[in-house]
Design a binder for this molecule. Sequence first.
Ligand SMILES: Nc1ncnc2c1ncn2[C@@H]1O[C@H](COP(=O)(O)OP(=O)(O)OP(=O)(O)O)[C@@H](O)[C@H]1O
Ligand SMILES: [Zn+2]
Length: 808
Amino acid sequence: MSNTAQIIVNIPARSLDKPFSYNIPINLPNIQVGSRVLVPFGNRKVEGFVVGLADENPETLKPILDVLDDHPWFDSNMLATANWLSEYYLCSLGEAMRLFIPGQSGIRTQKAYQAPAETDMKRVEALLSCKPEEYRTTLTYIYERGLATLPELTKLTGNMGAIIKFFLQHKLIVHADTVSKRGKANSTIIIKLAVSREVAEQIEQTLPKSKTAQRRLLSALLDTDTQELTAAQLRSLSITLETVKRLAAQGLVTTRSVPVFRNSYAGSHQRTTEVTLTLEQSHALQLITPAIHSGIHRSFLIHGVTGSGKTLVYIKAVAEARCLDRQAIILVPEIALTSQIVARFKAEFGDDVVVMHSKLSVGERHDAWRRLQTGQAGIVIGARSALFAPVSHLGLIIIDEEHEFTYKQEETPRYHAREVALTRARLSGATVILGSATPAVETYYQALQGEHILIPMNNRVDNTPMPPVTVVDMRQELAQGRRSVISQSLQDMLTETLAKKEQAVILLNRRGYSTFVLCRECGHVLKCRHCDISLVYHAPANVLRCHYCQERHTIPDTCPKCSSRYIRYFGAGTQKVEEALTALFPSARIVRMDQDTTGGKMAHDRILSAFAAGTYDILLGTQMVAKGHDIPNVTAVGIISADTALNLPDFRAAEKTFALLTQAAGRAGRGAKAGQVVMQTYNPEHYAVTAGAAHNYQAFYQEEIVFRRQLDYPPFSNLIKITVQAGDEITVHRNANLLAIELTQSLTKTDSAIIGPFPASVNKIKDVFRVNILIKTQGLSTVTRQLSALGMASRRDLIVDIDPVNVL
Ligand SMILES: Nc1ncnc2c1ncn2[C@@H]1O[C@H](COP(=O)(O)OP(=O)(O)OP(=O)(O)O)[C@@H](O)[C@H]1O
Ligand SMILES: [Zn+2]
């Protein structure tokens, strides 16, 4: 048996990226690879993850203090996934492993203090003599109790920080932090008869009259089929635990403790009425089902138009995995926006579903994960973090709306859920289903290369037609003297919809930051000569700048294309549009949904539910109104400005625009009533707009992939973004320039190009200046190894982002 363990301590510090050896004491024999333990570290007690076992010289090592779980938290594929994550995304193993722990830590540390081993009371008196009375009260409190926690002390006086500091400084007290296990499952006891029925009956007869409670307990146990009672049943019979103890002492009953889990989503389980699968749905399942049964990893891309019924395919696939007793993880972009899909899974699978929600407490999270770990639940639905659920029989991972950028985590570790899902599934022999009406260009390319099995679903359920789209050229609106943000066509469509008592969704995608510059007469957008990227207006310097190559341009007085003087910085907010709508339709019930109205996370859900229930006629908002929902009475969708995302200085601008337009248009006419869409734009000829208006992914993809190939953007390369940070502008630029030189020298043989340095789009956050460098490479693993060797992953002034979704 091994006597030492290699342990990764759960402290978010990059410099601690190596395991430490600890002695395994004899009283903790069940420590295994994957166990979570409590270890001394410096003068603290911290959580650690066992990543290896060995035989060394245990005498020289500190001992492990405790084990946090009965069974190892990490199984082998979770460990392997964490290892892969730390290598691919250049984070420490500790940072990767923390992702698998609900609340990121399995212990709760509480600050506490005690008297030092020796105290010289004379010295104490001298020190206290010149201090206010509260110093004396506090110290007396600590000395009398032996140990006092910070919250306890804070109750004594408001000035505790200064007092503790003084005591520590003069060694009148020492740290004695208390550590408790977090999210320990609540437990209940079960009482069982320990003797045969006959014996129990005899004893019940012969017990003296005074022992009524004991007699009642015996007879209650004899009344059951299993000779067992739960704690709750005891309570309802008014039998106390004291009585149980008496009978246990005589060897008549035994007790055992079983965990109970808090289930905040416990609810009724109503199977939906059976529906007949569409041809495309059953075709999809014919391909997916054998893969799930084979236990060999396969991945599928369901490219299904909006309203084609992808959710039902997911449900059937999950049912298939559950029949084999394998577990399923379902990822959705944002849980607050996806209550419909959650509700459908709950209806189908009841309590077998665990929903991971940001509103869950750490304790509830722990319980939810333990239900999965112990096999009491088989399905988890959640945002990207659900990917790290401790399911030991993983059979299926589904990523709905796989193109969404919320699948990328924008803090360390900067992982993309799709990549992690594919890795975890490969390591567990599980199936992956990626689903979208507008797959990411990279994913679709991979599918065409044979990396995923492509499953097209080209028709809506019941062959409901896709809604026709009217593209309104806003330049002509202006030419006709109409200056409103709402075009004639949009106004007409809304009038008609309201008259029919149907509902409309209006999208104003004003997400983004600085304005772009546009000629209102010809629609020309000022772009960089070298990069085919929109120029960004920088207010302080009053210049236009290309974020890719740094070239600066002065703002022209007239449009370089048509010489018009109507050059404008573009941007109308949702509030302005709301005003315009109210003016046009004073009696319409309008609800606005954007960052300002959705302060609380569930506000989304409330607004959407109210809208779905018919409380409002028009739902107006930013991109969050364009996604996921399936409301039969929505027959009209209006898009105020199709171009907003198009003009961001981002090589994915066209992709983002196309996806948003297609998804938004896809909300209309999903039920029995026909839908229609009005799309306002200054770029009616742009392929993202024309393809979006035609619901034609292929048309978009064919154009886009040519552009990506020409400029070597992903999928034809990998990008790495390095953000340099510093407290002042001169330093940040100097460091970035030095770094660029260092990178150019050390990456010469790796088939990489270095772009930048260029200031980040938000070039100062909380007084820290940020400058970006992009590496475009054909040899990602070589480059990441190099970066790691150069120590860049652990430099605190750098953020290294592999496969960034935001290159600005
Ligand atoms: N076989 C079927 N028979 C009848 N109705 C169905 C069937 N399959 C799905 N539906 C219904 O069709 C509608 C659209 O399905 P769903 O929401 O799954 O589409 P989707 O492909 O996920 O679309 P989107 O990409 O726009 O979210 C839903 O109201 C669903 O209940
Ligand atoms: Zn440029």
